[in-house]
Structure formats: C-alpha cells, structure tokens
Design a protein around this ligand. Structure first.
Ligand code: FES
Ligand code: FES
Length: 143
C-alpha cells in the first residue's frame, strides 16, 4: 500500500505491506539504523521515535497508522553537523553507556522530563538523569 509521511523533515512516499511496523520500515527501508529494535513488544523503548512531536514506540505502530505523520529519528536531531543540545549533554555527562538504547532515550528526553518508558539494562540511570538535567539547565533556565 502507498504511504506518505515526513521523516526528519523530508517527504517520503513508500509502497509497503500494511502489516509492517513503522520501526521496521524506518530502519530497514529508509536505512535509519538509529531506530533500534530490542524487545518488539513495546516494553524497552529502544525503538522510540518522535511522532508528531510525541515519543512513541515504533515497534508497535503499524505503518498505515503513520500516514501523513511527521516522524523524527535520532538521525534527524543533528542540525548542520552539530548535535542537538540533548545529544551534546549525553556525551558530556558520559550518559552514552551502550549505544543501543541511547537514541530512544535521547528522543524521549526531548519531550518528557522523566522518560519512564526507556529501559537501561547495563549501567543505570544516574548519568542519564544528569545529562537530562544539564540540557534543561542550558535550554530552559527559567523552568
Ligand atoms: S523494541 Fe519497541 S519498545 Fe522495545
Ligand atoms: S545505556 Fe543502554 S542498556 Fe544501559
């Protein structure tokens, strides 16, 4: 079936089977490998993308439901070769611990003060929380 959506600011027209998920199409058809698939059951948050500005788990969204949407993946955060402030804070605070869950963590952190749907299985949340606080301090000093 034909699907039209916007991905990282670019209009995309696809012809895909309707049973496929948004995460699968982003990663395997569009080559956006920052979209990780961990659990495939909506539990880990590794596949998080911003969907019309809201974090969603892309492993649970069927591609027909993305018709007309605006989707942002981790690849879409970098502007003119410069990292997004949240990406920079994660690097500075040593919060990029494994690389697998971090794209989803960063995207969720852009929209939520405490991203509760993103699991870390390796090291813990201390540095991740420090990075989010640092980004908030820099970008929302009045908050
Ligand atoms: S892969 Fe989607 S929530 Fe885990
Ligand atoms: S930082 Fe990815 S599992 Fe801990």
């Amino acid at each position: 079936m034909k699907i039209n959506l916007t991905v990282n600011g670019h209009a995309v027209a696809l012809d895909v089977a309707p049973h496929r998920t948004l995460g699968d199409v982003l990663r395997n058809d569009l080559g956006l490998t920052g979209v990780r698939e961990g659990c495939s059951t909506g539990d880990c948050g590794a596949c998080t993308v911003l969907f019309n500005g809201t974090p969603i788990v892309s492993c649970l969204m069927l591609i027909p439901d993305a018709e007309g949407a605006s989707v942002v993946t981790i690849e879409g955060l970098t502007k003119d070769g410069r990292p997004d402030p949240m990406q920079a804070a994660f690097v500075e605070k040593g919060a990029v611990q494994c690389g697998f869950c971090i794209p989803g963590m960063i995207l969720a952190s852009k929209a939520e003060d405490v991203p509760e749907g993103n699991l870390c299985r390796c090291t813990g949340y201390k540095k991740i929380q420090e990075a989010i606080r640092e980004e908030r301090r820099r970008t929302r000093p009045q908050a």
